[in-house]
Design a protein around this ligand. Structure first.
Ligand code: ACO
Length: 330
């Protein structure tokens, strides 16, 4: 079984409830039909039921087993609004403002999760990353002991000799524009956990830089060196090394030459980039130029799984991301 087949099999076993706030979006409805047919999750669609059912009938899509909830009229609005006021009391949120915000499915979805009415959420087919993430960060918040939400890609390479049988995990490709050294350390530790839990990968984490073991001197290099030290303090058993250049991380001859004695150099399966610019550009380079399949972004560090789609996503991307979200919820 390849990685996606493994994830789908896990989702099938778990039968989690996933809320899709973009209930009137066509790819989302087509994905819902497949998810329900293959029994990968229970699906809640948010939006006007008449509108959603109308699109489904017009397009010949069977979503009869989906639960459809209208955030503007649902009976739980008052309960959710009171929760919002409690969570945002230090920000002065009023009940009236909370009720108004709940008209937005991107706010309603995270509140369903917070209340235990859904296990996870996927959105982003027609909304920006920021609009999907902000309510999730405000109401679902981070896991205990984690301060940073970040996003990883599982890069499935044609060359199976690289990484873990052709799988490399890249972080953070999606959320934190410019992490400080503590945040970068947390991203490394959280990514190792994600790699283990989703892909059964025993992590070998490379903290990437433009320098290997002091070959260059710069504040940006210091950040990666310090982040590696902090990550070791946070997770003493984690196999992690830095700072490493990309070739030192992946090519054994270069690794042995530039970082002799390193247990990670030359055989890394997790690449932690120093910032979002490098990571986001890096995953797209590998995807476009090396023809790798990029699965993600899989968001990590949130108290419940909420994932963001690219606006260019396909129906099968949505199906896969729902399966991943269900797996994370498990
Ligand atoms: N982890 C945990 N909490 C966070 C994080 C984070 N990474 N970022 C923000 N927060 C919290 C803030 O502390 C704040 O909490 P509070 O309201 O309780 O005080 C809340 O989330 C909202 O933060 P804001 O500062 O109001 O929101 P901001 O505008 O910074 O938005 C966001 C955060 C959306 C994640 C922003 O950092 C962002 O846009 N990141 C880049 C996303 C992106 O464009 N990625 C590339 C595209 S994805 C792709 O190509 C795969």
């Amino acid at each position: 079984m390849n990685l996606i087949e493994q994830i789908r099999a896990k989702a099938f076993q778990l039968q989690k409830t996933i809320v899709l706030p973009e209930g009137t979006e066509l790819r989302t409805l087509k994905a819902t039909e497949i998810l329900l047919r293959d029994k990968l999750a229970k699906i809640i669609l948010l939006g006007d039921p008449q509108l959603i059912n109308g699109i489904a009938v017009r397009e010949g899509i069977n979503i009869s087993e989906a639960v459809i909830i209208d955030p503007t009229t649902d009976s739980k609005r008052e309960q959710y609004a009171l929760m919002m006021v409690e969570i945002r009391k230090s920000k002065g949120l009023t009940l009236e403002q909370a009720l108004e915000s709940l008209n937005d499915p991107l706010v309603f979805g995270p509140l369903m999760i917070k209340a235990g009415d859904a296990d996870g959420e996927i959105a982003g087919a027609i909304n920006s990353t920021g609009d999907v993430l902000r309510p999730a960060l405000q109401y679902v918040k981070t896991l205990p002991g984690v301060s940073v939400v970040s996003g990883v890609f599982f890069m499935l390479l044609k060359d199976k000799s690289i990484g873990e049988n052709g799988i490399l995990v890249f972080a953070d490709c999606a959320v934190m524009p410019d992490p400080d050294e503590r945040q970068l350390a947390e991203i490394a530790v959280t990514t190792a956990k994600t790699a283990r839990s989703i892909a059964n990968i025993e992590p070998r984490v490379a903290m990437l830089s433009f320098s290997t073991k002091g070959s260059a001197t710069h504040l940006l290099v210091n950040k990666v060196v310090n982040a590696t030290r902090i990550a070791r303090e946070l997770a003493p058993d984690l196999m992690i090394d830095g700072e490493l250049q990309l070739d030192s991380a992946l090519c054994s001859e270069v690794g042995q030459l530039k970082a002799p004695g390193s247990l990670v150099a030359g055989q890394a399966n997790i690449l932690v980039f120093p910032g979002l610019e490098a990571a986001n550009i890096g995953y797209k380079l590998v995807q476009r130029l090396a023809g790798a399949e990029a699965i993600g972004p899989v968001l990590q560090g949130m108290a419940a799984p909420i994932n963001d789609l690219s606006r260019g996503c396909s129906v099968s991307d949505i199906v896969n991301m729902v399966a991943i979200t269900a797996t994370q919820a498990g």
